[in-house]
Design a protein around this ligand. Sequence first.
Ligand SMILES: Cc1cc2nc3c(=O)[nH]c(=O)nc-3n(C[C@H](O)[C@H](O)[C@H](O)COP(=O)(O)O)c2cc1C
Length: 180
Amino acid sequence: MDALEAIASRRSVRSFTGEKVSMEELEKILNAARLAPSGSNIQGWRFIVITDPRILNLVRIFSPGFLGNASSAIVVCSDLEVYGREGGEVGRNYTRIADCAMAVENMLLAAHALGLGGCVIRSFSRVALKEILEIPEYVEPELIVTLGHPATQPKVPPKLRVEDVAYLNKYGVRWFSGGA
Ligand SMILES: Cc1cc2nc3c(=O)[nH]c(=O)nc-3n(C[C@H](O)[C@H](O)[C@H](O)COP(=O)(O)O)c2cc1C
């Protein structure tokens, strides 16, 4: 599967077979995450891989957006100390979030390329997550990526067309799509 094909066919998967994601697959997904772009190459992201069903269930209970029976999840965190020290105010307030989002998309695409599925989740209790996962005070959970073997291939949700969201040279100057 090439990159464009992976981007086009990736979907948020919320229904899984129950089969476990192997440690080798998780390692490949983590490797894709660490290779993502990062502002000033700070790489202040930290990844908590959850494979323990008891811990995963606790996380699910405190995450309203966590739908489905994923067998694993990765909580993507940012180290505020690292971002503050190496990126100043911008690093602490902005770069950390952008970096984590970049890592998450790499993870989702890697999972998809491996025949797995997953979904990014922002709807969770950060307080509960910090407690359950013993996340230190200076580390912020940003996003959760659920992972599993897809039970079904979700339909493409409505997506805006290129010409709905893109302009040429100046804001508001319509981009005429070639139909890619
Ligand atoms: C920042 C962000 C937060 C999201 N939070 C949730 C969530 O809490 N629960 C959920 O089921 N999906 C969540 N999603 C997934 C979106 O609903 C999904 O990406 C969107 O509907 C488009 O579908 P697609 O990923 O299949 O293209 C989130 C996506 C993003 C980018």
